[in-house]
Design a protein around this ligand. Structure first.
Ligand SMILES: Nc1ncnc2c1ncn2[C@@H]1O[C@H](COP(=O)(O)OP(=O)(O)OP(=O)(O)O)[C@@H](O)[C@H]1O
Length: 220
């Protein structure tokens, strides 16, 4: 489902070259829940961005759902992202002047033909994360945990097969963090493949597999 072979990522600025990822090989099967851990700067976000087609590797191959994504145009990559991948970020990335319901609908705006049932799908996604009673609120009227639940609803509204989460509980206290973990575990139980960057060993314990990075290399 997600296959990375010999991935290398080099960031170059005028004075320095950083090898952010060095020969990463990962094969994630449908229905797995995988965590990525490692110290700050070891390449976790870079790896997640490459899996999410937000960034290109300097070397190596990326395969998503049996397609090697080499030489694709940005527009095609955006389409694949929109249809097949949902993203969740540590700092939620909600749009403050849109209501909760409008935020959740956003991924569907880029899908031709989804107009008539956009509202319904967004409401269903909000029900799934237990937030039907906050549809008309705005993000700044919500707690951190509720904001993250809106972000999860937005990630799942288009029914992607893959969810990528970059420290989804990093800004939350442990109770709210557990709530978010439980929602992710439930989505995984229903068949969604999840890859999550985390600093929290406790969260990682609940996932099927752990990829540990150190200095851009896979250490276990
Ligand atoms: N756009 C960029 N330009 C240059 N160097 C970068 C860029 N993005 C990341 N890096 C470097 O690549 C390395 C990996 O960064 P990355 O953000 O993937 O680490 P991380 O493990 O996610 O860190 P954290 O846990 O602190 O978020 C770091 O050394 C970082 O400084």
């Amino acid at each position: 489902m997600i296959k990375l072979s010999g991935i290398e990522k080099v960031y170059r600025t005028s004075s320095i070259e950083t090898l952010a990822l060095d020969n990463i090989n990962v094969d994630i099967q449908p229905g797995e829940f995988v965590s990525i851990m490692g110290p700050s700067g070891c390449g976790k976000s870079t790896l997640l961005n490459i899996i999410g087609l937000l960034d290109e590797p300097s070397k190596g191959a990326v395969e998503i759902n049996q397609r090697e994504l080499k030489g694709y145009k940005d527009k095609e990559l955006a389409r694949i992202r929109n249809l097949e991948i949902g993203f969740i970020f540590q700092s939620f990335h909600l749009i403050n002047d849109l209501s909760v319901l409008d935020n959740v609908e956003i991924p569907l705006l880029y899908r031709p033909g989804s107009g008539s049932n956009r509202r319904e799908l967004a409401k269903e996604a909000l029900e799934k994360v237990g937030l039907s009673n906050r549809m008309k609120h705005f993000p700044n009227q919500l707690s951190g945990g509720q904001k993250q639940r809106v972000a999860i609803a937005r990630a799942i509204v288009g029914r992607p097969s893959i969810i990528l989460a970059d420290e989804p509980t990093g800004n939350l206290d442990s109770n709210m963090g557990n709530e978010i973990l439980n929602i992710l575990l439930q989505l995984n139980k229903e068949g969604t493949t999840i890859v999550m960057v985390t600093h929290d060993e406790n969260m990682a314990k609940h996932t099927n597999r752990l990829i540990r990075l150190f200095d851009g290399r896979q250490v276990s």
